[in-house]
Design a protein around this ligand. Sequence first.
Ligand code: NDP
Length: 242
Amino acid sequence: MSILAGRVVVITGASSGIGEACAWGFADKGARVVLAARRAERLDALVRKVEAAGGEALAVATDVTDEDAVDALFDRTIERFGQVDVLVNNAGIADSTPADQTELALWMRVIDTNLTSAFLCSRAAIRLMKPQGHGRIINVGSISARVPRANSPAYTASKWGLDGLTRALAIDCRAHNIAVSVFHPGIVATELGGGISSLPDDLVATPEDAADVVVHMANLPDHLNFYEALLVQNKIPFLGRG
Ligand code: NDP
């Protein structure tokens, strides 16, 4: 039986894409899933589907940039399930604006959504995981935290920041048996940034491909940390030149 059976997994950005696929992936292993995002109707529909398939799920409409909303997410989780075993910080937005056209408000929105949210959720989770004596936090970064795209200063900075947050938390949390890790997806066919319409199938991954990696990283004994994963299309010019 999977170590995830009965475990409580909080997934941010669960209303679509990789987060939604993670909800299915974790539920399939017998985990109880807590689904957070802003679009409540999508989360409610997903809860109904997961429960119809025999799983247990809770939807909590949450703006992960809002400190009080994040605290409420974890309060609701404890109220319903009594514990938090895994947190997947997946919520994110894309941005392709060159620096000279990036208003401060846009910069802050990207940083708050992609980075500060992970700090807020991790802080709340760590406060619960420490007394439990175990826990796991998986941050969904990006291939942009390795090799940036042109015209993406805010997005790239947010994902490099998330990589740094992962490293810092991994060190601070290990004494408490909390494993902190990061998964960097390449191109995944989701709604991010308006979606991908023009790439051939062998240049994209499905949300399920990405979720399989996240679930695998969590599906390990508590003393092991699959610290870092990078999912890259074999044919994109990432490894070396062209
Ligand atoms: P989607 O747009 O499908 O999903 C993004 C999710 O984030 C949605 O569920 C959205 O829900 C949620 N979200 C956005 N802002 C907030 C907020 N303020 N509060 C709560 N939830 C929020 O895209 P993906 O599945 O592709 O993205 C998931 C992660 O994967 C992101 O962190 C992204 O940067 C990363 N990634 C994706 C890649 C790709 O090619 N798709 C490549 C590299 C990394 P809602 O709008 O309902 O709030």
